[in-house]
Ligand binder design. Structure first.
Ligand SMILES: [Zn+2]
Length: 344
């Protein structure tokens, strides 16, 4: 089979500049944090550079490179370019206030050059309200402004955001598709987006740990479906108390399940992907019927509330709070909510 040709994000942007067809929003995905940071800096420099250089090789397509010497390049390198706005999570989230401030900033023309660049790091950590505000910005992009969103994994982002961006993939040679399918046949779990998420985003390569992640998912689903929440609470909780590792995985499982439930319940998603099939965007595709049942029994606000609870639990984990306390914290939410679930 012929190897697909990998075109770097810089080359894609270079082509767009030359053809005067720059998109308003790009999403840089894949790779690791340092690689993405390096790439974002290079792309910002290229977009803002006063005189990009042409790296023509005879007989080949030429690509632009930032010159590294002009005032703009130097200011980008120093992190002081007034037309480069950078947003990162404040604490657990990118907050609504940060996006509101951005909305104000982009109303005006760029200060020094012909373009403005907005870098948003770790888009997966957007608070739902901030994500909604960002969607508005993506729907009606301000002139002269180009957004560079960045995330380790596309699969955990709201599809409405992804569908409004041109995706630029960083090469992650170490995690090939072949590796994911090899792992999936070893663990007996289909090559779902969830498996890809575990391997690529959480960098889990250990088969035992991958199986544990799936077992935790099965147990959490069983708990959510259960008619007798109090009994199931003890069963599920005591399984998670075993180790901080189990609780860490449970947090990721809970986060991705909540994302899928929000997706299926549909209120957050006014649009679907290009094929018009919302189900394709679900990460836990192998259990869609079960998720459908759960989505019917709960409501949007409850799910948003649960997303917040998971973020708080992640902070607890960072502070080394005992795993059993964290496990209780993420499960107890549903004990209280069980009245509004289970078809009552
Ligand atoms: Zn330059």
């Amino acid at each position: 089979m012929k190897e697909p040709v990998f075109i770097t994000p810089r080359k894609i942007l270079s082509r767009a500049i030359c053809m005067q067809r720059l998109a308003h929003a790009y999403l840089l995905a894949g790779g690791n944090e340092p690689l993405r940071a390096q790439s974002l800096k290079e792309l910002s420099m290229l977009l803002l550079c006063d005189s990009p250089t042409d790296t023509a090789v005879k007989g080949q397509e030429s690509f632009l490179r930032p010159c590294s010497r002009c005032t703009s390049c130097i200011k980008v390198k120093g992190g002081i370019h007034p037309d480069l706005i950078e947003i990162s999570p404040l604490g657990a989230f990118i907050k609504i206030e940060q996006i509101r401030r951005l909305q104000e900033q982009v109303k005006f023309s760029p200060l020094e050059g012909k373009r403005r660049v907005v870098v948003i790091n770790q888009v997966e950590r957007m608070h739902p309200s901030a994500a909604n505000a960002l969607l508005k910005l993506l729907e009606e992009p301000p002139t002269h402004t180009h957004l560079l969103l960045s995330s380790g994994s596309i699969s955990i982002l709201l599809p409405t955001i992804v569908s409004r961006c041109q995706v630029l993939r960083l090469s992650t040679a170490s995690f090939s598709e072949e590796y994911v399918s090899e792992i999936s046949s070893k663990t007996g779990r289909g090559p779902s987006e969830f498996l890809r998420f575990l391997v690529e985003y959480l960098s889990i390569q250990d088969e035992e740990k991958l199986s544990l992640a799936f077992e935790i998912r099965d147990r959490i689903i069983k708990f959510l479906i259960s008619e007798n929440k109090s009994l199931s609470f003890i069963e599920t909780g005591s399984f998670l108390w075993n180790s901080p590792e189990s609780v860490q995985l449970a947090l990721e499982v809970a986060r991705t399940l909540t994302r899928d439930l929000l997706l299926i319940s549909g209120k957050t998603l006014k649009t679907t992907n290009k094929k018009g099939n919302k189900q394709d965007l679900v990460m836990h595709q192998d259990i869609v019927p079960l998720l459908g049942q759960l989505a019917e029994r709960t409501n949007y606000d409850t799910l948003v509330g649960y997303e917040k609870r998971i973020s708080s639990a992640r902070k607890m984990a960072e502070r080394n709070v005992k795993p059993e306390m964290i496990a209780d914290f993420i499960l107890a939410f549903w004990l209280k909510k069980s009245n509004c679930m289970l078809g009552t």
